[in-house]
Design a protein around this ligand. Structure first.
Ligand code: NAG
Ligand code: NAG
Ligand code: NAG
Ligand code: NAG
Length: 190
């Protein structure tokens, strides 16, 4: 058990290093492009709105996520980041750090429409309480994911072997995702 923990820590530290390296690379690359595409893709906007419908936003944290005319550009929505080159959504980070303060989102389900975000590299839903709703198996088709944090999301169901399909992952955090008694992460890393 201890050995496994240590392995896991090493893995995560290494993952963070790699991630920072990758980030550095991206910035250099973007400087080649003069015309910055910001406007988000309609399909991806719809997918994000569908995803929002699976959340409970008691404190109106996602007020920027709206269909109003002046809020059409989903690349400007809180927690959403788009590629400067392609305009595709590449990041979705709804962790407390991003949303600010103590109020948090709750969740009913992770909408399957999320798979429309095929260019997604970074997904962080840390601390959103999905009250035991089924782990989204379709996550396995988001093959561009490099960073996946679903820790403390209270997702349920069987351990998602589909995570094994995410061959680009350099950071994975599923701590406290399942109810106590299961130990999925350890067996996965073996
Ligand atoms: C995209 O452009 C914005 C504004 O110029 C910049 O702040 C951001 O770092 C860029 N993102 C990437 C991934 O290069
Ligand atoms: C940038 O790209 C957009 C969309 O392709 C285009 O409408 C716009 O004219 C371009 N702007 C410049 C300065 O090239
Ligand atoms: C998640 O929500 C459920 C249902 O509201 C609640 O029973 C549970 O305590 C919550 N879990 C956490 C960690 O807050
Ligand atoms: C994951 O990969 C397996 C083969 O390794 C494949 O059979 C399965 O359909 C894939 N699942 C998803 C959700 O991509």
């Amino acid at each position: 058990m201890q050995g496994h923990r240590r392995c896991l820590k090493l893995f995560l530290a290494f993952a963070l290093l790699l991630l920072q390296y990758a980030k550095g690379g991206e910035v250099d690359h973007s400087q080649k492009d003069t015309n910055v595409t910001r406007r988000c893709k309609e399909r991806e906007r719809q997918a994000l709105l569908a995803f929002k419908r699976g959340l409970v936003d008691d404190h109106n944290l996602l007020s920027s996520w709206s269909s109003e005319a002046q809020k059409q550009d989903c690349c400007r929505w809180i927690g959403v980041s788009c590629s400067n080159q392609t305009g595709h959504v590449v990041g979705l980070d709804l962790s407390i750090d991003v949303l600010g303060g103590f109020d948090i989102l709750r969740g009913m389900m992770i909408s399957p429409k999320l798979i429309e975000l095929q260019h997604l590299q970074h997904l962080d839903l840390n601390e959103i309480n999905f009250t035991g709703s089924q782990f989204p198996n379709f996550i396995g088709s988001l093959t561009n994911l490099r960073y996946l944090d679903l820790s403390s999301t209270n997702l349920g169901g069987k351990f998602p072997s589909q995570v094994g399909n995410l061959t680009n992952l350099v950071y994975l955090d599923l701590r406290a995702m399942f109810s106590i008694g299961q130990k999925p992460l350890i067996s996965f890393l073996n």
